[in-house]
Design a protein around this ligand. Structure first.
Ligand SMILES: [Zn+2]
Length: 305
């Protein structure tokens, strides 16, 4: 039985093929006149191989290219099949910041290999073509614009295909909410939202959440705006506890409980790594980052007008 499911969205250009592994993550195969572009390689080489076998026919007469959205395990641990000695050798393109992340986070693989046998064949393969700004891949009929969108992580890339107004957003946006990398990366995340909003995409494809609606981007923007206003009001009336940075009940203290802020529709079931505990933690991180941002820039709290 295949592990991957191919997803079709009504009306979306068939040159963008979407593959989904359960409730874990989506990856993409984009066929242009010149290239077959694989965007993300799932969490294991076996899953990446299954995707390649499915799109095999599209490879004839085309250069294979691989893009990694970022160095989170669920997006690039299938890379090994694309090395020179792998089944499908191809350039692997990623943001320069992936290189340091992969070096620094090797321990994550060991931990996951010990806890789950399905990761036994994973090797963390870095991209061998890196960019630090943007990059355009000219495929003849379609152009793939790689856009640096830090915030979730420092190495994050989205792909914009202007001819068909498709934005592959990876983890820059997410349903129900994206994960802010660190307290000091919230401003970058919100700048990345603005960058993506300017594209005016018709289809927006996050890697988690199973939607293609452009409304998700606005929902993510509104969520962080709501937190900014909520945090501002809360700390105007009550001083923060001195240990706010480590308090896990910070959302409740500020009157911004998970249940009141997040629409749970579509959150994966508990056997997924992205179940409600994951998003509960994302909400806590988002609130910590919002408070940290408000603390760092008290004079810029303009929401009380
Ligand atoms: Zn992810």
């Amino acid at each position: 039985m295949p592990a991957l499911q191919e997803i079709q969205h009504t009306g979306m250009d068939p040159r963008v093929r979407i593959f989904r592994f359960g409730q874990e993550v989506d990856a993409y195969a984009i066929t242009t006149q010149e290239h077959l572009v694989i965007f993300d390689t799932f969490a294991t080489p076996e899953l990446a191989l299954e995707m390649m076998e499915t799109v095999q026919a599209d490879l004839a007469g085309r250069q294979l290219l691989v893009i990694n959205s970022h160095a989170d395990w669920d997006h690039f641990w299938g890379n090994s099949i694309f090395t020179a000695s792998g089944a499908y050798p191809a350039p692997i393109i990623g943001h320069e910041n992936m290189l340091t992340r992969i070096r620094d986070e090797a321990v994550a693989l060991q931990t996951q290999q010990q806890s789950d046998v399905r990761f036994k064949n994973v090797q963390t393969i870095s991209p061998n073509v890196t960019l630090s700004g943007g990059l355009k891949i000219h495929g003849g009929d379609l152009t793939l614009e790689l856009i640096h969108t830090p915030g979730h992580t420092a190495d994050h890339l989205c792909v914009w295909i202007p001819e068909i107004r498709v934005l592959i957003a990876a983890d820059a946006i997410e349903k129900p909410i994206p994960e802010v990398g660190a307290n000091d990366s919230l401003a970058q995340m919100r700048q990345s939202f603005s960058k993506l909003q300017q594209l005016n995409a018709q289809y927006v494809l996050p890697s988690h959440g199973g939607t293609h609606s452009p409304a998700l981007l606005q929902q993510n923007i509104d969520y962080f705006q709501m937190l900014e206003e909520g945090v501002f009001q809360a700390i105007k009336h009550h001083p923060l506890p001195p240990d706010w940075l480590t308090r896990t009940d910070l959302p409740e203290i500020l009157g911004l409980a998970f249940e009141t802020c997040i629409n749970p529709t579509g959150i994966p079931s508990d056997d997924s790594p992205f179940a409600s505990d994951f998003y509960r933690n994302c909400h806590l991180k988002a609130i910590r980052a919002t408070v940290a941002t408000a603390q760092a820039q008290p004079s810029q709290n303009s929401v009380a007008q």
